[in-house]
Design a protein around this ligand. Structure first.
Ligand SMILES: [Zn+2]
Length: 198
């Protein structure tokens, strides 16, 4: 579709100069002289260039995030996603198990205030109690190696308390008697019953 009809149109302080090759953006010139690229679809909602917007917002302006903030906000959003989005591939390990986000982290600002002084590149957020929620009382930053070690230890622990004939296997429970594989079960109890019957 041709976007030519946009040329010379005015949106607030912006005038459309030309169409960009991607057919999604156009070059606009602001009354202040600034030239920038805008999405056609956003034109009705933009009336000035970015510089003018920042100037207008001045000191009271929107909080600007630095690079580290953005990394941590990304992690924060991923955490919320795991806990609340049923379509997330790992939802069953988080939200599906009742893992929630503590109210002390109900905004990204609160999370940033906690995480920023603690986070160092390469570290991962670890829940101390694997069945507990995400929050300042149950979280710490650890290295990837340490995180794996904790997970393995948690699994070993889980295996130690399992009924006879049952071992933990990924996300399910394996029943086995005298070397004979009896199947995978959703709960250790079911696996144990299979063992008893064998
Ligand atoms: Zn401007």
């Amino acid at each position: 579709m041709s976007r030519e009809h946009y040329i010379d149109k005015r949106y607030g302080k912006l005038v459309v100069l030309s169409c960009e090759d991607d057919n999604k953006h156009c070059k606009v010139k602001c009354d202040c002289g600034e030239i920038e690229s805008k999405l056609y679809t956003k034109l009705p909602y933009r009336y000035q260039c970015r510089k003018c917007s920042y100037k207008e917002m001045g000191m009271k302006g929107r909080k600007k995030y630095d690079e580290l903030d953005n990394i941590l906000i990304g992690r924060y959003n991923a955490m919320i996603n795991r806990c609340t989005n049923k379509k997330h591939s790992n939802y069953h390990r988080y939200g599906g198990r009742g893992i929630k986000i503590d109210s002390s982290w109900d905004t990204k600002e609160k999370f940033l205030a906690w995480a920023k002084p603690r986070y160092v590149e390469g570290l991962e957020l670890d829940r101390i109690n694997n069945n507990g929620d995400y929050g300042p009382n149950n979280c710490r930053y650890v290295s990837h190696k340490e995180n794996c070690r904790n997970k393995t230890a948690a699994l070993a622990n889980k295996s130690n308390t399992l009924p006879i004939g049952v071992t933990y296997c990924g996300t399910r429970y394996k029943a086995q008697r005298s070397g004979n594989y009896l199947g995978l079960f959703d709960t250790p109890e079911e696996a144990h019953i299979a063992w008893e019957k064998a």
